[in-house]
Design a protein around this ligand. Structure first.
Ligand SMILES: Nc1ncnc2c1ncn2[C@@H]1O[C@H](COP(=O)(O)OP(=O)(O)OP(=O)(O)O)[C@@H](O)[C@H]1O
Ligand SMILES: [Mg+2]
Length: 455
């Protein structure tokens, strides 16, 4: 086993000495403390893999130390040592979360085994935590662990198993296409094609033949036969992006395809049966599109079997640091240079900006910052002026939705959430430190973290 750092806490120098020699012989580093207070201070300043503590000590005893360590987020296993005849107190320590106890005087070989086991456990715990943190960055290609995003991951996993049509709504750049691809990849159709088609990018006259294909000579310019996107997506998924841009007559035809599961190429009267899943997306207000007649109601109800709404980035500011980090890494690799850090000031600006272009806009801002700044740190001066000037934290409160502009409670919650996630970010998630920074109790911090679904 590799070298580990063990904290030995005992008020008797002789006992400290015995354990120190033993641990050195096992190849570990040893830190010594004479009481609980001193031990706690040490454990807060250096990483500790294992704590071995006497139970009865003047001042803070072993059980109190154990409790204090956990309160400070220090999860290293704790072995308590106690004199024969005081087994009850050892049992009490176990109930409080001690890993094991050793009765004194002890047998060196037996103690070695206990230490080895405790350190092995510690490693497993640490690996689990690492894996958990990796997972918690996001899901699949998604970065973001806000409650709002976790809800979307859940919806995606849930809907992926069926072949129901899905309508994905959300502002521009919120990850609608990413969600559509994730549904396809998580579905039993993953081996077949995911065929995206952007209804806004193809001239309306061409869209129909793009979707349905055509036979040779079907219309002027149809020089050869062409397979449509529906056929290509057979067995897989077709993604109709910006579906409200499709002309209503074509929408009616699309509806027929969905109902009859058959297509006919233009200029041919042979129908081909197809098995496709349709995912449609729009960044428009669909209710309005329905009222204005740009989206047919019958098609809407057919598509709207399951709706996923991707949350705007400003409603999940706690994901901004993770996303920024992810894009910094992505573009550092792409530009073939070292990975810069980002200053707290710059991050504050990013977290208080309203992001009308959502994740895509953030990605562009980070890419630009990396191109502009050749140094080791991204700072405010590498950010576009609209972000820096808009980011007076209080000014950005008006950003969320025009209708909410004067609503005090959402505005205050928005600010509170932002400050909390900033503080947590600054201290790398250490709750005790974050509470101190915010000048609130840890209990209050816990409550608020829960309330806002922060991590
Ligand atoms: N949660 C996320 N994690 C990582 N990258 C993301 C996330 N959301 C979006 N992106 C990235 O942001 C960009 C925009 O995403 P996407 O194209 O899916 O958005 P969209 O909602 O379809 O936007 P539009 O309405 O403008 O078409 C892509 O490069 C995508 O990879
Ligand atoms: Mg898109």
């Amino acid at each position: 086993m590799s070298k580990r750092q063990v904290l030995v806490v005992d008020d008797e120098p002789k006992m400290q000495r015995i354990l120190e020699i033993m641990l050195h012989k096992m190849g570990h580093d040893v830190l010594l403390a004479a009481d609980g207070q001193e031990a706690l201070k040490l454990a807060q300043s250096v990483p500790i893999d294992l704590v071995m503590t006497d139970l009865r000590m003047p001042g803070m005893d072993g059980v109190a130390l154990l409790t204090a360590l956990r309160e400070h987020g220090i999860e290293a296993p704790v072995i308590v040592l106690t004199a024969h005849g005081t087994v009850e107190s050892a049992v009490a320590a176990m109930k409080n979360g001690a890993y094991d106890y050793i009765l004194r005087p002890f047998d060196v070989d037996a103690v070695e085994i206990v230490i080895r086991r405790a350190l092995a456990l510690e490693r497993v715990q640490r690996e689990n935590q690492f894996l958990r943190e990796e997972v918690e960055k996001g899901w699949g290609e998604f970065i973001g662990r806000s409650a709002a995003m976790q809800q979307q991951y859940e919806f995606i996993r849930h809907v992926a198993n069926s072949s129901t049509s899905v309508l994905i709504l959300g502002e521009s750049g919120t990850g609608k296409e990413l969600a559509a691809r994730a549904i396809h990849r998580a579905s039993p159709r993953r081996e077949a094609l995911f065929v995206p088609i952007n209804c806004a990018a193809i001239p309306p006259d061409l869209l129909e033949s793009e979707l349905f294909g055509h036979s040779k000579g079907a219309f002027t310019g149809a020089f050869k036969e062409r397979v449509g996107k529906f056929e290509m997506a057979d067995g897989g998924t077709i993604f109709l992006d910006e579906v409200t841009e499709m002309r209503p007559p074509l929408q009616a035809k699309l509806l027929r395809v969905l109902q009859e599961k058959e297509v006919e190429r233009l200029g041919s009267n042979r129908s081909i049966s197809i098995d496709i899943r349709v995912i449609a997306a729009s960044n428009q207000d669909v209710r309005r599109a329905l009222q204005q007649g740009t989206l047919r109601e019958d098609l809407f109800y057919r598509l709207n079997v399951f709706t996923i709404t991707m949350p705007p980035l400003r409603d999940r500011v706690e994901d901004v640091p993770l996303l920024a980090d992810y894009f910094i890494e992505k573009y550092a690799v792409k530009l073939g240079r070292g990975r810069p850090t980002i200053s707290t000031a710059a991050l504050t600006h990013l977290q208080s900006y309203a992001w009308p272009g959502n994740v895509r806009e953030l990605e562009n801002v980070i890419e630009r910052a990396l191109v502009l700044g050749q140094g080791e740190q991204i700072d405010t001066r590498h950010l576009p002026p609209e972000i820096v000037s808009a980011a007076e934290p209080l000014a950005s409160l008006a950003a969320p939705a025009p209708a909410q502009r004067l609503a005090l409670i959402p505005a205050v919650e928005h600010l509170e959430k932002m400050l909390l996630s900033q503080a947590l970010q600054q201290v790398a998630g250490n709750k005790a430190k974050a509470a101190r920074l915010l000048d609130i109790s840890e209990r209050t911090l816990w409550y608020k973290i829960k309330k806002y679904g922060l991590s």
